[in-house]
Design a protein around this ligand. Structure first.
Ligand code: FAD
Ligand code: SF4
Ligand code: SF4
Length: 484
């Protein structure tokens, strides 16, 4: 067994081949090809099989990485899949879009100069392989329970709760204001990072496990939150964060100055074959236009790369800090640069210019000043350094805040933080309302799919303990859940 492993000295690190830039910038296909089985096994064999695996510690799901790497290296793919799916509801998604450089791979201890094991690519391969072999099956609960759970939001947090509770036999009802399930995996993250066929494939498995989806139903909109609580024995809130942050600048009301998520959602819907009036009439289509994207996070990177694929004449990204201090992944910046995006680092918008429609952005050069309380250097404008970038489409990608959840749900007792995120007890994932739990972006603020999955799985445990106690009429939830 051990002789197959620890090959990092002789086997160089390799990722699945990236598609040629001249081809991939013209379509929305995923930019990485897939590993062949032999290549995945070879890459997995580079693992040192650490006694204390830091990769696992730094994976939010504490995936059993060394063991599934060993199984992959030994060709024991069905076992590798069973193990990988034990801790992760969406291994094929996380393998594609986790920022591995900051999580598992960034903490792999392989000696400097040899480079980390390509954990994400192997995780993705294991589950893609399992789907191809027909090993991925819907959950089949051993018992059916009478108790039901209402889940608000069919994003990764809500779906992780739904999956875990369905496996335990609860009657699971998922409500979403959108017409498809998947949350930002479906309508936010572009195809070139996460093909929608991959999301749909998993959705089909979830549907077949016997959970019920109520789509086009907004809680606090078409169904009152109180009504939901009356229908179900417990409720989970996984509504994400959707209120776009804004900058109040002159010209902010001009036509063709648009928020990032509306732009990305229109593009994703178009790729799914939907009729999208705001795209079809040209408003949200970058084809032939000079596009400026404001922001330096992953959403900004997704916007610039979407604009390239729509056939923009030029794409410029303005970010007020430098490259080293941007919040987005360096891997994505590199991909964007390869695809022809121009970055203006240390540049902040001062005004959107135009008459009716935007025709440019006046920006000012910035420099990094003294650090603030968080230790991050504060950008400040360089006097007399303004310049103009021509633009006929400006996309604002400045982050997201939560909606007013107590207001939307008509629940003054729902405790929220000063940022508006829902406050929970992290041990149980319970909110301040009896029988109501929460997780994902609505609790953490804009975060990652992998953290949403973690929260969903933790919340499922909390809900199971709560419902077990409720069913048996006892308050000693922990003891009862252990006994069940
Ligand atoms: P969401 O995925 O937002 O799902 C919430 C769901 O709740 C939605 O379907 C919404 O319609 C529904 N909903 C909201 N309010 C209501 C209501 N009142 N009633 C009914 N339904 C409601 N993360 C990564 O790990 N890697 C990436 O590469 C990455 N790229 C990203 C790119 C973009 C453009 C964006 C915006 C985010 C990206 N993220 C990425 C972050 C990731 O998508 C989120 O952290 C994750 O989806 C949060 O999951 P969630 O379930 O909490 O919320
Ligand atoms: Fe790495 Fe994400 Fe997979 Fe964890 S879930 S092993 S962090 S790619
Ligand atoms: Fe293998 Fe790297 Fe994890 Fe160690 S840290 S177990 S070498 S993947």
């Amino acid at each position: 067994m051990a002789d197959r492993m620890m090959q990092f000295v002789s086997v160089p690190q390799a990722t699945p081949p990236k598609r040629d830039v001249a081809v991939r910038r013209n379509d929305f296909g995923e930019i990485y090809d897939r590993f062949e089985q032999g290549k995945a096994a070879e890459q997995a064999s580079r693992c040192e099989q650490c006694g204390i695996p830091f990769c696992q510690t730094h994976c939010p799901l504490h995936n059993n990485i060394p063991d599934w790497l060993r199984m992959t290296a030994e060709g024991r793919m069905e076992e590798a899949y069973e193990l990988a799916s034990l801790t992760n509801t969406f291994p094929e998604v996380c393998g594609r879009i986790c920022p591995q450089d900051r999580l598992c791979e960034g903490n792999c201890v392989i000696e400097k100069g040899f480079e980390s094991v390509t954990i994400g690519a192997v995780e993705r391969h294991i589950t893609d392989f399992a789907f191809a072999q027909g090993w991925v099956k819907p959950a089949k609960p051993r018992v059916e329970r009478d108790q039901s759970v209402g889940i608000v939001g069919a994003g990764p947090a809500g779906l992780a709760v739904a999956d875990q509770l369905r496996r335990k036999g609860y009657q699971v009802h998922v409500y979403d204001r959108y017409d498809r399930i998947g949350g930002l995996m479906m309508y936010g993250i572009p195809n070139f990072k996460l093909d929608k066929g991959i999301v749909e494939r998993r959705n089909d498995i979830l549907r077949a496990s016997g959970m019920t989806f109520h789509l086009n139903e907004g809680i606090g909109e078409t169904i009152a939150f109180e009504e939901l609580r009356a229908r179900h024995d417990a409720v989970f809130i996984g509504t994400g964060v959707y209120k776009a942050r804004d900058v109040k600048l002159p010209g902010g009301g001009l036509d063709n100055v648009v928020p990032a998520l509306g732009y990305l959602t229109a593009s994703n819907r178009k790729n799914l074959g939907d009729v999208v009036p705001a795209f079809d009439d040209g408003r949200l289509d970058a084809a032939g236009r000079k596009v400026v994207v404001v922001g330096g996070g992953d959403t900004a990177m997704d916007c610039v790369r979407t604009a390239v694929r729509q056939g923009a004449a030029a794409v410029t990204c303005l970010y007020r800090r430098d490259r080293a201090n941007m919040p987005g992944s360096q891997r994505e910046v590199h991909n964007a640069e390869e695809e022809g995006v121009r970055f203006e680092w240390l540049a902040a918008p001062e005004a959107f210019l135009g008459d009716g429609e935007v025709n440019g952005v006046r920006a000012v050069r910035m420099r990094l000043g003294a650090p603030d309380m968080t230790g991050r250097q504060v950008p400040e404008p360089v006097p007399d350094s303004s310049f103009v970038v021509e633009a006929d489409l400006v996309i604002k990608a400045l982050g997201f805040d939560p909606e007013d959840m107590p207001g939307l749900f008509g629940q003054d007792e729902l405790k929220v933080s000063r940022w508006g995120t829902i406050t929970i007890d992290w041990k149980t994932m319970a909110t301040s309302l009896d029988g109501v739990f929460a997780g994902g972006d609505i609790v953490r603020g804009a975060s990652l799919v992998v953290w949403a999955v973690r929260d969903g799985r933790d919340a499922a445990e909390g809900i199971h303990r709560y419902l077990t106690a409720k069913a048996l009429g006892s308050l000693d939830a922990d003891a009862l859940a252990l006994a069940s």
